[in-house]
Ligand binder design. Structure first.
Ligand code: HAM
Length: 418
């Protein structure tokens, strides 16, 4: 039996009907980003493996379990990018972008790869749009970035969204919290899952992310990171909230929002959709004031977010189900050899005039071709048969009104409209 091939687990084909929605999302993305001063950056789909182990963190799920990594024929250790913040920071340093511009703002849109367990809203190849901004440590940039995500999603048609906001502090305040959390958890160690017990030694803050019900119960009385913020971190966090209030952006404080990547400092946030199931995070982001230095650049503060495009499209479809139909300006019906030739020449000149044109390639009957014109949602049909070629006049049919007129062949390009 011949082998039947299917796309690999966790990947999907995006077929033409669906691509229309992707194109519309991308159109809005490219329109909104320049309004906020962001220029597009495109980085390679694979990078040096060390960029992610150092940038995202050896102990994160992404690096320890989910990367597609390999050693190529030349002995280089490479990885399909599982996220885009580390690659953008790499490019920022490599091209010294901060020298030309003290505040660098870039956005991106492209495929990413994580070997996760596939489920609704979670894929092994997925797509993100996102932004990264470098050079300002001030809370006004945090507020602008959250406002940008909120506005972009609204312009995409989304309404039922929640902003979840937290500060995980920085440096000393986080160390103090980590110690407090560990002493709180210590007596409960025997009741924790293997994963959480492992995290207790490697990355205790991640235990706050747990989805295990009895662990959530234990954590109800755990210390809160926001009680450990030092005065500078607290002031930063207060300012972010005051600015969001001024911008009329509703948010919920979420003290357990620590996020799964190691580079965050101070502000972390997510925007969730009320129209999605368990994978409801449309985007996640936050500050990473130490990452540029960690990756070998001059100390520069940074902040950004990334949104899953598949999830945005699922939420848009859930909130405003529309029947996407692509229209055709003209369908040319051709009957007989010379009409086929004439149809091809006419189609070519109309397409140069930016009209969308369909023609028959199956030498079907008049009735079948008109049926095809309707199936393709053509607004007008031109009928060319041997008689029309001889008389030099075609039959023009308005498919919305049913009205028919005779038009000299030479006048068709002028009469037909988009
Ligand atoms: P992240 O939370 O790992 O953050 O991913 C951001 C978003 O990508 C998620 O909220 C979700 O919408 C989408 N996403 C993640 N994994 C999958 C998957 N397997 N299938 C479908 N969608 C997925 C980051 O990647 C950070 N780099 C964000 C950031 C930018 N932080 C600062 N700047």
């Amino acid at each position: 039996m011949t082998e039947k091939f299917r796309s690999p687990k966790g990947t999907r084909d995006i077929l033409p009907d669906e691509t229309l929605r992707w194109q519309e999302l991308e159109r809005i993305l490219h329109e909104v980003m320049p309004r906020y001063g962001y220029g597009e950056i495109r980085t390679p789909v694979f990078e040096t493996t060390r960029l992610f182990s150092r940038g995202v963190g050896e102990e994160t799920d992404i690096v320890s379990k989910e990367m597609y990594s390999w050693v190529d024929q030349g002995g280089d250790a490479l990885t399909l990018r599982p996220e885009l913040t580390a690659p953008v920071v790499r490019a920022f340093i490599q091209h010294n972008l901060g020298a030309a511009n003290p505040l660098t703002k870039v956005y991106y849109c492209g495929p990413l790869f994580r070997r996760e367990r596939p489920q609704k809203g979670r894929f092994r190849q997925f797509h993100q749009l996102g932004v990264e901004a470098f050079g300002s440590e001030y809370p006004e940039l945090d507020a602008e970035i959250i406002a940008l995500a909120w506005t972009l999603f609204q312009e995409l048609g989304l309404r039922s969204m929640t902003v979840k906001l937290n500060s995980i502090g920085s440096g000393e305040s986080r160390d103090a919290f980590r110690r407090a959390l560990k002493s709180f958890l210590e007596p409960h160690l025997n009741n924790l899952s293997d994963v959480s017990r492992h995290r207790f030694t490697t990355n205790p803050l991640r235990i706050l992310d747990t989805k295990v019900p009895h662990e959530i119960e234990i954590l109800r009385n755990a210390p809160r990171i926001t009680d450990y913020l030092d005065p500078d971190d607290q002031e930063h966090f207060d300012r972010v909230q005051a600015l969001l209030d001024a911008l009329d952006i509703p948010y919920q404080l979420e003290p357990n929002l620590v996020r799964g990547l190691d580079y965050y400092t101070r502000t972390t946030f997510e925007i969730t959709s009320d129209s999605l199931g368990s994978q409801d995070a449309l985007c996640g982001g936050g500050r990473y004031d130490g990452l540029v230095e960690t990756l070998g650049g001059k100390a520069t503060p940074g902040i950004g977010f990334a949104a899953g495009i598949e999830r945005l499209l699922m939420a848009i479809a859930a909130e405003s189900p529309v029947d996407e139909t692509d229209e055709l300006d003209v369908y040319i019906v051709s009957l007989g050899e010379s009409a086929i030739r004439e149809a091809q020449v006419l189609a070519q000149s109309l397409r140069r005039q930016e009209l969308s044109v369909g023609t028959d390639f199956l030498r079907r009957s008049l009735k079948a071709q008109l049926r095809e014109a309707n199936r393709l949602h053509a607004r007008q049909a031109v009928v060319l048969g041997e008689n029309e070629i001889q008389s030099g006049k075609a039959l023009l049919k308005d498919l919305t009104t049913g009205e028919q007129t005779e038009v000299p062949l030479a006048d068709l390009p002028g009469v037909l409209t988009a």
